[in-house]
Design a protein around this ligand. Structure first.
Ligand SMILES: [Zn+2]
Length: 111
């Protein structure tokens, strides 16, 4: 079985988790291409972690203020665990970060 790890769309080299930036464009350590993690991937994992932070204490029987406090306290560890688990199941979709206009001034086509 091949490794289900995010790859650089430019050179195909496997990107380590520590090389990925979820909130900003980053460069491929091998070919230097500007890359980014799909916005929808970041959006889904963000809301999933909030949902899990609420559902977990809810399932444990917490209600009201205790539920809110537990959700806030759980959010950071849940996000960390979720990122590790989700990344193993669904590798982040890596795209080439394209500025609106290329260096030679031409408009780049949107895929
Ligand atoms: Zn590359």
């Amino acid at each position: 079985m091949g490794t289900r790890r995010p790859k650089c769309p430019g050179c195909g080299s496997v990107l380590g988790n520590h090389e990925l930036r979820l909130t900003e464009p980053f460069r491929c350590p091998v070919c230097g291409d500007p890359l980014y993690v799909s916005r929808s991937y970041v959006w889904v994992s963000y809301w999933l972690s909030i949902l899990l932070s609420v559902l977990l204490p809810l399932a444990l029987g917490l209600r009201g203020l205790a539920l809110i406090l537990a959700a806030i306290l759980l959010w950071v560890p849940v996000t960390i665990i979720e990122i590790i688990v989700v990344r193993r199941i669904i590798p982040p979709k890596i795209g080439r970060h394209q500025p609106d206009v290329t260096l030679d001034g031409r408009q780049k086509p949107l895929l």
